[in-house]
Design a protein around this ligand. Structure first.
Ligand code: C2E
Ligand code: CA
Ligand code: CA
Ligand code: CA
Length: 274
């Protein structure tokens, strides 16, 4: 049992101490990760489902830790959020992504994940504009992905989203359908794209049952004048069903895994035909 009092003996469950000490250690290392170039950005192509041609890419960060090897964003982004290191990490990913996408054939866009804490940061809009200026990327080639739950405080998040959009940047809601926003709330959000979560795509097959949620999200998007992007497409049957339902863009292992920058450049130069 674990007791919180200062003078009590604290008995941790197996793994608990490790986990905490680990998180603290990772948090400290993270400060250095950005400055010493340990973060790498991978790019997962997003394709037009009917032609298979790439139209954009999602930037996905990895941490090449000197001792631990490759650390997943699922393990360090939450820590970066708590310590505040996410500001530096997020801007690094954004700048890399904006620079890289410029070098690819076909004028694709790049989609960059924003965390809750970034969205609450009053300097966000200025920083994003500075990066666009510095990299000379046209704003219509940048998409920022946020989750429903990242809108912690509307009074800060909504004006920021409005300002980004007024600048020509598109906003996507990531993992759509896994949060709890009401339809009324969604209709007020300044958003262009709904990303259909992988868990719903995984339920699709070609037996005609499909997923009621996917179907509902696609018609909802149409009503609200938004587009949809499906994530985690792994089979041709899923791709076919998504198209039948009216989704035109998607990403997933069926087309490409997240690629190193060099491989992504190749991919855009010589897209695989599906
Ligand atoms: P996400 O934004 O939902 O990204 C999609 C995740 O699904 C990625 O995991 C991607 O590698 C994986 N994926 C793509 N296609 C498939 C597929 O066909 N099948 C399966 N099973 N998985 C697929 P990844 O790269 O491990 O990223 C995990 C999460 O970490 C992301 O989820 C995102 O929430 C977060 N993340 C990654 N990079 C960043 C970043 O730069 N900033 C922030 N704030 N979060 C990030
Ligand atoms: Ca995402
Ligand atoms: Ca997602
Ligand atoms: Ca997801």
């Amino acid at each position: 049992a674990k007791r919180a009092g200062t003078h009590d003996v604290v008995v941790y469950q197996p793994g608990m101490l490790d986990r905490r000490a680990d998180d603290a250690a990772l948090g400290e290392d993270l400060e250095e990760a950005v400055s010493s170039g340990q973060l790498r950005v991978l790019y997962q192509p997003m394709v037009d489902l009917s032609s298979g041609r790439p139209v954009g890419a999602e930037a996905l960060v990895r941490w090449h830790h000197p001792l631990r090897g490759i650390v997943s964003p699922l393990d360090f982004i939450p820590i970066a959020e708590r310590t505040g290191a996410i500001t530096g990490v997020g801007l690094y990913v954004l700048e890399q992504a904006c620079r890289m996408v410029q070098t690819w054939a076909g004028h694709p866009y790049v989609s960059v994940n924003l965390s809750a804490r970034q969205l609450q940061d009053p300097t966000l809009v200025g920083s994003v504009r500075t990066v666009l200026d510095r990299t000379a990327l046209p704003p219509d080639r940048l998409v920022l992905e946020i989750t429903e739950s990242a809108i912690v405080d509307d009074r800060v998040a909504l004006p920021a989203l409005e300002a980004l959009r007024a600048h020509g940047i598109r906003i996507a809601i990531d993992d759509f359908g896994t949060g709890y926003s009401s339809l009324q709330y969604l209709s007020r959000l300044p958003v262009d794209i709904l990303k259909i979560d992988r868990s719903f795509v995984a339920e699709l097959d070609n037996t005609g049952r499909g997923s009621a949620i996917t179907e509902a999200v696609i018609s909802l998007a149409r009503i609200l004048d938004m587009t949809t992007v499906a994530e985690g497409i792994e089979t041709p049957a899923q791709a076919a069903e998504l198209q039948r339902l009216g989704c035109r863009t998607g990403q997933g292992y069926l087309y490409a895994k997240p690629l190193a920058a060099d491989d992504a450049e190749q991919y855009f130069t010589h897209p695989q035909r599906v």
